[in-house]
Structure formats: structure tokens, C-alpha cells
Design a protein around this ligand. Structure first.
Ligand code: NAP
Length: 299
């Protein structure tokens, strides 16, 4: 049976890839940070030599965008150094690596969707170290596939949808920025897309290269927040705050974020024969899941 090694398996994306892998025909080894710290090169070598995967999916990353500004060395060690360790070890057993990257490799000044060939110009430490990860992986592993994604949400982990639902239950009013635009992406859909990539590269190395995957449609964080509360209300949630649009200048954060980071996913669809569904449809499924979890806890 074909073998898939997944790092960062405790995170939003890694958990989805791990859970869905069997259905895509893989024997999976899901390694959380506790099982494998990707900055430890010899532990990475041992894990790969022992399981001998056919494909590696690196879902491990330093994802704390604001904290990265004050911890650039740690972010670099994980996002670039850890990715390099994995890509190199995977190449030794002739396994392609699938590396997840981010819309934050772009500066956000564009007014039209970013294509895979658009020039990168990260404006913060997180984006810079993720771009370093892309370059390291491509240097070390000739069969590597980079999948950039954006605005990931899930029924688990720290993400915007869960933060909104929590804050919404505590406050009457929420201020949300209305001048940053992107494509929200469900971790569940991303997980399936990554497994589709894994199946393709297992058969055919010519898929190597950079792709973009995100759910269809673009919104601002404010519009996304409004949709989240609409969905929550339609499921009978009594707690629905007033959402107030504000400019980024009223919500200063340590890291600057791209104002416009919409990813063009055309090349992903053409190569992997998968058209992303709308973010709204994916959001509905995620909120259904979150409400089911809440019900299960309260019963
Ligand atoms: N979240 C987004 O909006 C977003 C957007 C674009 C791209 N991405 C990319 O998507 C990928 C998956 O991230 P995610 O969204 O699923 O975020 P996540 O939930 O934060 O998952 C990242 C996982 O990596 C783990 N990790 C951190 N340092 C590690 C290390 N040294 N060794 C092994 N594991 C380590 C984390 O463990 P701890 O929790 O213990 O730190 C966490 O489980 C990443 O490459 C990220 O850059 C995410």
C-alpha cells in the first residue's frame, strides 16, 4: 500500500489530511509536533528512513503571524529550516514532498488575483520565512509541489471563524477590518485537495511546481464575519453581535498584512482536475460541524 507521511498532524490542515488519507488509498503516518519536531534534522531523517514514505505532506509551520515579528529566528527555523530538513530527507528515499505555503508571500498591492507566476514580495516575517520554505523545498526535492493557500478555517484550532463565534458570544459589538480581501479556505477542502495532489504526484512526477488552492469567491474580513453570524443565526444561535466595519488603520497589529491576497486557482484546477467550491458552502459545513461538536459537549 502506498505510504504517506504527514507532519504537523495536530494542526488544522494536518489533521484533515491525516483523517482523509485512508479514503484516498493511503496508509498514513500522522506525526504531530510532539512526535516529530521538523527543526530536528536527525529526527526527521530517522522518521523518513523508518517509514519510507512514497509522499510527504508538510503541514507543520510556525503560523503565529504577529508573534513571528518578534521571533523571526524561530519562524525561520521552522518555516524554512524545517521544510528543508523534510524535503532533503524525502528526496533521499525518492519521495516527492508537498509543501503548504501562503498568500502572505505576496505584498497585497495587486488589484487582480495572484497567479502562480506573480512576483513574490512578502511584507512580514511570516511570509518571508514561508517563501524561504518554498525555495528550500524546491532546491532539495526536484519532485516537490508547493500549494499556496489562504485564510484557513476549521472546526478545530485557532482560526477566524472560531474566534468570531467565541467573541460573538461574549460581546454585543465586534469591529472587523473591511479593507483586506482574500479567499477563505476550509481545512477540510484543503485536506482533500492535498490528497488529490498526493495521488497525482505518486503516479506522475511531472506535476512538480507551484499551485494555488483556496475556496471560490473573495471577501473582506468584515464580509466574512457577517456571513459567519448569518450562518450561526440560521442555526438558532441567539448570540449575534453587531458587526462594524473598520479600516486596518483602526486595528494595528505587529505584522502588516497584504491588503489584497486573492489567489488565482486556475492552474490547480487544470492540473489536478478539482474545482474548489464556494467559501460560503464550505463555511456552512464547518459551522454545522462546530455546532454538532457544541451539542455533543452540552449533552
Ligand atoms: N492558517 C492559515 O490561515 C493559513 C493560510 C495560508 C497558509 N497556511 C499554511 O498552511 C499550513 C498548515 O497550517 P494550519 O493552517 O493547519 O496551521 P496550524 O493549525 O497552526 O498547524 C500548524 C501545525 O504545525 C505545528 N508545528 C509548529 N512548529 C512545529 C515544529 N517545529 N515541528 C513540527 N510541527 C510544528 C503546530 O504545532 P503547535 O500548535 O504545537 O505549535 C501545528 O500543529 C502551514 O504551512 C501554513 O503556513 C495557513
Amino acid at each position: 500500500m502506498k505510504r504517506l507521511l504527514v507532519t504537523g498532524a495536530g494542526g488544522m490542515t494536518g489533521a484533515e489530511v491525516s483523517e482523509q488519507a485512508n479514503a484516498f488509498g493511503w496508509k498514513v503516518r500522522p506525526l504531530t509536533r510532539e512526535n516529530l519536531d521538523i527543526t530536528d534534522a536527525s529526527a526527521v531523517d530517522d522518521a523518513i528512513a523508518e517509514f519510507h514514505p512514497h509522499v510527504v505532506v508538510n503541514c507543520a509551520a510556525y503560523t503565529a503571524v504577529d508573534r513571528a515579528e518578534s521571533e523571526p529566528d524561530i519562524a525561520e527555523a521552522v518555516n524554512a529550516g524545517g521544510a528543508r530538513n523534510l524535503a532533503r530527507a524525502a528526496a533521499r528515499v525518492d519521495a516527492p514532498i508537498i509543501q503548504i505555503s501562503t498568500d502572505y508571500v505576496f505584498d497585497g498591492q495587486s488589484r487582480e488575483p495572484y497567479d502562480i507566476d506573480s512576483p513574490t514580495a512578502p511584507i512580514g516575517v511570516y511570509g518571508r520565512t514561508k517563501l524561504g520554505g518554498e525555495q528550500a523545498v524546491m532546491e532539495e526535492n526536484p519532485a516537490a509541489v508547493i500549494v499556496r493557500t489562504s485564510w484557513v478555517f476549521s472546526h478545530r484550532g485557532a482560526n477566524f471563524v472560531r474566534t468570531m463565534l467565541r467573541l460573538g458570544s461574549e460581546r454585543d459589538e465586534l469591529k472587523v477590518v473591511n479593507d483586506q480581501t482574500g479567499r477563505p479556505t476550509s481545512a477540510a477542502d484543503l485536506g482533500g485537495a492535498l490528497l488529490q495532489v498526493a495521488n497525482t504526484v505518486y503516479e506522475n512526477r511531472s506535476a512538480a511546481g507551484i499551485y494555488h488552492f483556496a475556496n471560490e469567491g473573495e471577501v473582506t474580513w468584515f464580509q466574512f464575519a457577517e456571513a459567519i453570524f448569518e450562518e450561526a443565526r440560521s442555526r438558532g444561535s441567539a448570540k449575534s453581535p453587531r458587526v462594524v466595519p473598520i479600516p486596518t488603520s483602526e486595528f494595528p497589529t505587529p505584522a502588516k498584512r497584504p491588503a489584497y491576497s486573492v489567489l488565482d486557482t486556475t492552474s490547480f484546477t487544470n492540473r489536478f482536475k478539482l474545482t474548489p467550491r464556494s467559501w460560503r458552502s464550505a463555511l456552512r459545513d464547518m459551522i454545522d460541524h462546530a455546532f454538532r461538536d457544541t451539542l455533543a459537549v452540552s449533552q
